[in-house]
Design a protein around this ligand. Structure first.
Ligand code: CA
Length: 231
């Protein structure tokens, strides 16, 4: 995967320093400008995937920059940085097309989480539909009963497994990353991580695959995640 590009529009040197350092360490490609005119000039050349935009800038305000970006029909996520925690700012910003807010001073971990969430949302995933039955080979998964009917036995599914199947089936034949599953199936519950996903997938595979060591339907895509292969 190519590096995601983040454009930082901020005039406070110490914050710029921290942001650049943090984001580059996380593997992002970072460009920095100190005012709105430079931001608008930089965008066509840098093609950002996301912009961190300070509100209080010399000259044009962050609001004005945001408005102009949206007027140009550019849809990359914009996270606004503000020193003022005022409701009026949030309303103004949301009305002109900002996606999120960080009030200074903010924690680096929280900022990274927000950035990742915004970038992930660019990849759209289908919402699980109201499916009751999924047939894979000789196995019938009866989601409304939380049961798997196999030629050799019947097995109960946990609620989480049912949710996991629903999401994977709704996005069948598409790669789904562990992070995506954490977001959509676990909804970032406390103390979950990608290992949680692996453990559940493995358990689920032993229930729905006749040969879990050589899965035909719920396959691993190395370095990517998982995919439900459906005919
Ligand atoms: Ca500022």
């Amino acid at each position: 995967m190519s590096k995601k590009r983040i454009l930082i529009v901020e005039d406070e040197p110490s914050l710029v320093f921290t942001l650049r350092d943090t984001l580059e360490n996380e593997g992002y490609d970072v460009a920095i400008v100190e005012n709105g005119n430079d931001a608008l000039a930089k965008i066509p050349e840098f093609q950002p995937d996301l912009m961190l935009l300070d509100i209080m800038l010399p000259g044009m305000s962050g609001f004005e920059v945001c408005k102009q970006v949206r007027d140009m029909k550019m849809n990359f996520p914009i996270i606004m940085l503000t020193a003022r925690d005022q409701e009026i700012d949030k309303v103004t910003g949301l009305n002109i097309g900002a996606d999120d807010y960080m009030t200074k001073p903010f924690g680096v971990k929280e900022l990274l989480a927000r950035i990742q969430a915004r970038l992930r949302r660019i990849n759209t995933y289908s919402k699980p539909g109201p499916i009751d039955v999924v047939n894979i080979g000789e196995v019938r998964i009866q989601l409304n009963e939380s049961k798997v009917y196999r030629p050799d036995k019947e097995i109960e599914l946990t609620t989480r497994e049912v949710e996991l199947i629903r999401f994977l089936v709704a996005n069948s034949n598409e790669p789904v990353s562990r992070d995506t599953l954490l977001e959509h199936v676990w909804r970032y519950e406390y103390s979950t991580n990608t290992r949680t996903v692996d453990v559940h997938i493995s358990k689920l595979r032993s229930k729905i695959e006749m040969h879990p060591d050589d899965p035909r339907y719920l396959v691993t895509l190395h370095g990517v995640g998982y995919m439900m292969k459906m005919p």
